[in-house]
Design a binder for this molecule. Structure first.
Ligand SMILES: [Zn+2]
Length: 342
């Protein structure tokens, strides 16, 4: 594996505090707090001159500067764990000297850009954070770790620790990673609503979509063509991928693309449904539930508790000036004249 370093660095001072080369492929990110609002230069210079056996691959300064202290091909001495530091890129971020060890917005922005760059170059497709120490090493579930899991230390400080979800989210946006978790919950909601009935099938399509998107992004980057990236010209993009020998089954991918388009439309329609749900409180002491949206439909039950109900759909219908609302329970429809939104 040929390792590279980030082109985002503004300073470089390689320290002797390292083990060369690392023995594990890079699949983890470990963010630390460098106590004190230093620049990247100050941080790197410290690691290069100190007698203490410590270092990190990168240092992010309070001013957004980024320094290289240990090349990515080598293991830095950062996290009190050889197994962690051999597989992780470690980053020290300048922070306040006191609790909660906050970092500046400039440092946060630089950190997010740096982590996204590290992930891209090392083929980490998605950053995953569960705040769960028991998942150390299970990089398919969680590929961020923190120093406090390996030693009695407050590092990375509560400020950065609590920002880990945010950092992962922002980095994933840059990586164009679609969260599998989010999609599986969307697909579940489609199943719940009876729009689709084979979640495994659609999850598999979603995985194809992720793969295809990653390929298209790669292609767009190579060709600098926004046209291709927009999915507006998928047939051309897929043909180009074939030509570049990235994929070899254009028909398979075209078919997948059609299915994926269908799934995307379903997800949008589901999202519309989800956003539509709202709560109402019944204001009448007795309110009929009807089989359909209108007084011409049979009464199936009566609400007498002035309770709170969820409306999932609206419809016009006879006998109600504000229209009719469908109850989430599936019991039927109620007149919106006798409820108030809460
Ligand atoms: Zn640390």
């Amino acid at each position: 594996m040929a390792y590279t370093n980030s082109s985002l660095i503004t300073y470089k001072n390689i320290t002797k505090n390292r083990t060369s080369p690392r023995y594990h492929v890079i699949d983890t990110i470990t963010i630390h707090c460098y106590v004190g609002q230093v620049t990247a230069k100050q941080g790197c210079d410290y690691f290069a001159t100190t007698n203490r056996q410590c270092s990190s691959n990168y240092v992010v300064g309070y001013d957004g500067s980024i320094g290289l202290s240990v090349e990515e091909k080598d293991r830095a001495w950062t996290s009190s764990s050889a197994s962690n530091d051999n597989r992780a890129v470690t980053i020290e971020v300048a922070c306040d000297p006191t609790y909660p060890y906050a970092v500046t917005d400039k440092a946060m922005t630089a950190l997010i850009n740096l982590v996204a760059d590290i992930c891209k170059r090392n083929n980490i497709k998605e950053l995953k954070w569960k705040a769960d120490k028991s998942l150390i090493g299970q990089v398919g579930k969680q590929n961020m770790t923190v120093h406090r899991w390996f030693a009695a230390t407050a590092c990375p400080g509560d400020y950065l620790y609590n920002k880990h979800s945010y950092i992962a989210e922002q980095v994933n946006k840059k990586l164009n990673a679609v969260s599998t978790v989010k999609y599986s919950s969307d697909i579940k909601s489609l199943v719940d609503k009876g729009i689709i009935n084979s979640p495994d099938y659609w999850m598999a399509q979603q995985n194809n979509l992720n793969y295809l998107k990653a390929l298209l992004n790669k292609l767009a980057k190579a060709s600098q063509s926004k046209k291709v990236n927009s999915f507006g010209n998928v047939r051309d993009a897929i043909n180009h991928l074939v030509k570049c020998k990235v994929i070899d089954t254009p028909t398979y991918w075209m078919n997948n693309y059609k299915k994926i388009k269908y799934l995307d439309n379903l997800l949008i329609s589901a999202a519309n449904h989800i956003q539509f749900d709202y709560l109402v409180q019944v204001t009448a002491s007795s309110l009929n539930i009807r089989k359909g949206a209108g007084t011409n439909y049979a009464v199936v039950d009566t609400i007498t508790n002035k309770g709170i109900y969820t409306i999932v759909e609206e419809s016009k219908g006879s006998g109600s000036s504000k229209g009719w609302g469908k109850l989430k329970s599936g019991a039927g429809w109620i007149s919106l004249d006798f409820v108030k939104k809460i």
